[in-house]
Structure formats: structure tokens, C-alpha cells
Design a protein around this ligand. Sequence first.
Ligand code: GLU
Length: 921
Amino acid sequence: MQIIKFFVCVLFFVNLCQKCNSVEKLKIGGIFNISEESEEIAFRHAVRMANNYNQNYKLFLTSETVFVDHTDVLKTSKAACQLLQTQVVALFGPSSSISSPHVQSMCDNKEMPHIETHWDTRKSTSSERNLLNLHPHPQTLAKVYVDIVRAYKWKRFTILYDTDASLAQVDELLTSNEQEFQVQIRQLDLDNSWSYRTVLNLIKKSGEVNFVLACEIDVLEDFLLQAQHVGIITERFNYLIMNLDMHTLDMAAYQYAGCNITGVRLLDPELNDVIEVADSLSRIKQKLGKPVELASHLAAWKINVKTALLIDAVSLFYETLKDFHEAKQFEPKTLFCNATDNWEHGYSIINNMKTRIWNGLTGHIKFDHHGVRSEFLLDMVELTEGGLIKIGTWNSTDGLNITRSYRGDDLSHLEEEGILQNKSFIVITALTEPYGFLTETTTQLSGNDRFEGFGIDLIHELSLMLGFNYTFVIQEDGANGNYNRETKQWNGMIREIIDGRAHLAITDLTITSERQGAVDFTMPFMNLGISILYRKPEPVPPSLFTFASPFSIQVWMLLGVAYFFVSFSLFLIGRLCPSEWTNPYPCVEEPEFLINQFTMKNSLWFTIGSLMQQGTEIAPIGISTRMVAGIWWFFTLIMVSSYTANLAAFLTIETLVTSFKNIDELARQTEIKYGAKTDGATSNFFRDSELDTYRTIWKYMYHHPDVMTSDNDIGVRRVENENYAFLMESTTIEYMVERHCTLAQVGGLLDDKGYGIAMKKDSKYRNILSAAVLKLQETGKLTALKIKWWKEKRGGGNCASGAAGGQATPLDLKNVEGVFFILTVGTILSFLGTFIELAVHILHNNYKNKRKLNDNFKETYMNELRFIFKFKERVKRLQPAALTDNSSTTDSNELMQDPARSEELEVVTDNQTSRKRKQSK
Ligand code: GLU
């Protein structure tokens, strides 16, 4: 058994060795700065990845790396020599422009492929045949930044840089465009990172708002933080970051500052390949005990260009080597720096690499014959509230292409500005008031001067803004444009635009979805809706009972109730009130009986007298009766004044009658004819509507073609002369009622739409014209033009709006309920008062008759009440010293039962009252 196991093992190893022998191992060398630990890890990982992707291929790549201080040229050269001795087939790095040229010349001598991935401003020469640099070439990159600066229309800006290497990047930007821009350059003091503030304060004071930042990523981080403290990270300021690692910056703190921070990136951190690499690198670092604090998708945002380029460089090299290996047998060679030999395959490999086109983490990779990466694709990114987002691209053939939608100072819009400069347009219009008229003049005019109107002025304003020239032509039949569903053809101005006979069309051209499908429109320059033009309402003849109109029926009824209630209250209170019981014969010192002026008849008379503001001879004597009377007078005062005031309104304001108040009523009636402009947006609105009312309207118009008009003017004339309502657009109605005083708009708007300037579909002028229309709107120019053509010119203001048919409404209970309340409360109080008054009177008499207080008070009070509520009793008999005697009521009963005596007493009561009045007079 043991022997079998042994044989299996031997066979396995033999097989493995055979496999090892068939795989060719080749080594690449990497020279890294001591600070480039991450890059070295990425380099090794790239080699591993290349091997993994090509597992079935018999080429196995290994790596040998060295760390050196890049500033030490001697040591770097020595390290390169050591690597050459280890039979490497290519050298990667170093990434320093100080030591790199030395390594480069060694590689040239030894014909060793040399691959760089750093920013290198050195111009390639033909002697550097062995050099390949994956970093986008500075000269080409400078073009990118110049393109952005141009797109932003920066005429002046300040460049802030940190190191001389950064200045070298800026140099490209400066030298290529000395004349075009006014540039200031300032260096940030790196010795003390907190002293950026000095520079920041200086630039803040300088009033500069545009900055180009050419700094290392860590400097940028500090710079932005301090700039925010100084207050120059706000909406006013624009920053262009010249660093391809901009995406690795944490800019969350500036996201909401409104500041425009733009840059470009070579690497899209959202790509799956990038995320995968970031993930594996994080895991490797974790294994090596290096700090990794980010999730893979976040780590992808931290992958810098250097790392990505290194990975791309290794992959690209492997692919090239693979092809080369398939084509040719070759061996690596031990090379010594002090010897004269070289590696004969080096040139071939590097030349092969130069001709390759490859897609890596950093996008499209292609080299020119100098080994320079002059063709590449960049993403233009901008900081927004949602973080850094891609707003466009740049590539070497098409240049800058900004794709983001309109935002404040949209670049695409800025780019377009100037497109219309000196262009000539044929503008078609119709002679539709007030959009286009023939100019009123006695002299002969030619060209555009022949026309005037709102549309003509609007085009003129646009031409002043955008610099284009225009020639007006007239649409003779005045048709705006209608699509014939049978012939599938457009007519009117829309047809002219489609056929290219006119570039722009302006009039009361409504933007509709049907038209939008055939032509393009600018933003609406005017908003409107469909409404009805009809004759002004006529006044109603006054009715017989207009005098009753000031109060509602409710109030009239309550007034009647109040009258009877108060009269009866007065009658009661009068009887209760002792002062109202008076001696009918004042000369008789000790009268046999007393009389009361507030009989039912007198009470009714008194209240009606005051309600009619006339008064009576009856004058209340007691406090309670006076109180009721006073309250009633107050009530009548308010009621009568309210009535008078409202009556005046009723008599002076004319109530107007309208035959219909809205579109529903118009649709329901049959007496008034109605129509719209043939083939206009208004009639099409009814044609396409699904609503019952509008369908009724359309059916009527469709079956009565005589109600349709060929233009607005004919419709308006028909409204004036016939019993006809014209359905038209509110802006035109507004214009017409300013000039035709018998006409008015009836009802509200049926829809909401706008007029636009039409142009050919997909016109590149649309955005710029729309932006210009918007600008005219914002500056109030459009409003001024509207006032000019609606209210001032051509008969504007003819019908100054006089007293329109206002309507007075009857006073409701709500308007007078307070008065009723006071009347009720006052009357109740008077009742209470009169009971008290009666009590005081009895007490007083008791006292006067020398009786003991409270002696028989209750009995006397009750007797009095009993007498009072015997309404038949008209007189109160007095018995000396026996006010409370029951006989008094008995006597008076007897007295009243005798009709002759009773009548006599009534006369006495009335005479007594008139005498008192005369005396008081
Ligand atoms: N503005 C309409 C159009 O563009 C014409 C007038 C109307 O239909 O009321 O067709």
C-alpha cells in the first residue's frame, strides 16, 4: 500500500515538473520610491492578475521590485542596474522626473523596454525609442483644460500651484494661450500649510472669481478647507482642478456650497473592473496588515491614477509579451551596466506595445510613435449636491462635449452663444392684430419697415441680443398651421417652416402637441387660455319692490316680530311701572283713580311712530318704559340707517344681466350662435376634447360651418353686430375689449397654453432662442412690449374701465343680528326694572302712610300684580290710606263694567297724555 502511495506521489511531482518546464517564466522589474508602498503592492497584484487571466497560457510573469529614494539619482541608477542583472524583460518606473531620465538612458543603452506611468513633460525624441508612458501627455492634457476654460468663457483667472512640477503643468496652459486669457499666478506656501490663508485672503481681496488649481491631492485637500474658512467656496467662485486624482478627494463638505468645482478624471470609479481591483487591493492590504478602512465600492473612489496606470501598464505588457512569445522564441538576458551588450528583443517588444490599442482601467489606451499616450478619453466632472457627477467628456478627436442639462450658466448654452451672430433668417408672420400690422404711414416703406406689431418687435429684440439678421415675409391667408388628418399635410406657417421657406414663424402661434411634432418651438413668450368674447351684459330694469331689496326676507320678517314684541313689552312694562299710572285730573289732589298711557293701542302707535322716525305725543315717564323706548329707538336708528345706506346702493348700482355666464350655459342655450377661427388652435381644442360640454360645442360648430370665421377680426365684428359669441384666446380678447367698448370676456379660461416662435424640427437654435426669450421675460421687456401693443398703440385705452356692472346684495341677518340682540336684552332688563320700581313705590307709600315697614308688603305687591295682569282694568282707583285695599280693584272692576264710564275714562287718558305733552312742550 505504502509503495503505491509513493508511486502516485512520484508521478504527481514528475507531472508537475513537466508542467513547470513547459511554462516560461519571465521577470519584470519595478523601481519605486520609498513612499510608494501602495503602488508596489498594486504592481505585484497586477502581475498576479495577468497570470490569473492567462492561466492556460505558458507564460508566467514574476516581479522583482526595489525601493529607492527618487531624489537620489545614483542609488536609483544602481537599483536599475541590479534589476537588469536579474534577467528582467522590462523596467517599470521610477515615477520621478529627476531620476527617470537616467533610468531611461540606461534602458536605451541596453535596449530594455522602459515603461513609465507618471506625468512627464519631457518631449519625446527619436533616441528614446524604448520609452513608453501611459500617463496622458501633458501637452494634450493642457488642451483639455484650455477647452474647459474657453467653454466657461473665462477671460481672466488665477492659477494657484504648489510645486515646480505643478507649475510645469500650468506652463502648458499658459504658453499655448498667452493672448487669450488674462492670468495671474500664485504659489501656495508649502512650508506651512496653514499659511495658505495669506494667499487666500489676498485673492479674495483681488475680486477674482475663477481659479485653476494645480496642486497635489493632499495640498488640494488643505487648500479647499481653508478656502471655505476664508469664504471663497460660495456660488460666486469657480474652480478648475488640474489633478486627475480629483475624484479621490472627499468633497462632501463643499457639496452644498453652491460653488462650481470642475475637473476631469481618467478613471471612472463606478466601473466594475475598477471596483474589482479596488476590492482585491483592499484584501491584500488587509492581509499585509495595512490600514484599509473602506468598502470596495468606496475604495474604488480612492484608487489614484498612478495605481490604475501601473495595473494597465502591466496588463498591456503581458499581452504584448504573449503575442511576441507566440511569434518568436526569445530568452531573457543578464545585463550589466558596465558592459556594452544589450537585449536584442527589447526594441521589438516596445514597438509592438506602441502599436497596440488597449482598454484598461484608465480607458482607451493608444500611443503615438514616440510612445506617448496622446489619445485618451476623459470624463468632465462637477461637484453637485449629489457629489461628483459626470457632466461631459473630452476626447482627442471631438474635444469637449458637455452633456449636462441646463443649469444657471449652462456651458452648452454658453457655447451656443454666438452661433446666431450674423446669421440671416426669414421670419414668417401673419397680419394678425396686434402681433403684426402694416405700418401706418403716408410715405412708401420697404423691407421690414413695412410691418410693425408685437411679433415684429419681439424678433427685433432677439436679433439685438443674439446678433442675427432677419427679413419678414407675410403669410397671406393668415393661417397659423393646421394638420389635415386626411391628406396628412400641414398648411399655413407650419408648412412654410417644414418646407424650409421660412426659418422662424411668429404670430399668435399656439404651441400644441400636434404642431410640436412637426416643428420646434421656443419657450412660450406669452401665456393664455381659451375664453368667450361676447357683448357686455345689459342693465336690469328696476323692479316694483326695489325698496324692499336692502333687507332680506328674513330680516323683514324679524323686523315685524320685533315691532309686535316691543309694543307688547311696552304695554306690559307700562302697566308694571308705577310712574306710568298718573292722575287724570291734576287739579284733583286726591284722585279717585289713576290712568296709564300705555294701552295696547298707544304702545303699538308709539313703536311704529319711532320706527318710522316720526315720533308720537306719547312720552314714557317711568324709568323702565323710557329704557324700552330708548332701546327701541337705538334699534330703529341702526335699522333705518342700514336700510337707507343699502337702498342708496341698490338704487345707484345697475344690476346687469348676462345671457350666459360660462361655457356650460353657452353650450346649453340655442339662441346665441357661437364659433371660432377655422383651423385654429381654439377650434382644434374643442375637436380633440373629451368633455361633454366641449364636445357639444364642437358638434354645433362642425354642423354649422357658417359660425366659423377665417380670422379673429371677422369674429369680433360678428360679436358686435349679431347675437354671436366668439371663442378665442384670452390675450386677443384682452386686446379687443380695450378697443371695442361694447364687448367683454365672459367666464374664465378653458385651458392653459402659450405662444412660441416656431422653427424647423431639431433646430440647433432652439435653446439659444428660448434662453433669449426667457431673458426678455426676466428683464420685463416682454411686459413692456405687451403694454405698448395692448394698451397704448392702435386705439389702446379706448375703453377706460368705468363702473362695471357691480351688484349690491341685500343686508342679511348676519349684518343686523347685533341690533336684534340689544333690542331683546334691553326689553328684558326693562321688565326687571319695572318690577323693582313697583316694589320701591309700595315701600315708599307704606312709609308715607306711617305704616310699619314690611307690613303687608307682600300682599300689597301681589294685589298690584293681580290688578296689572287684569288687562281689562283701564284705571287704577286710589283709596286714601288704603293703596293695598282689595276693594280698589273691585271698584275699578265695577267702573270698567259700566261701558259709558269706561269710554269716558279712555278719553280722559288720551286727553291727559296730550295735556302732558303740551306742558312738556
Ligand atoms: N392662436 C391660434 C392658432 O395658433 C389661432 C387663434 C385661435 O384659434 O383662437 O392657431
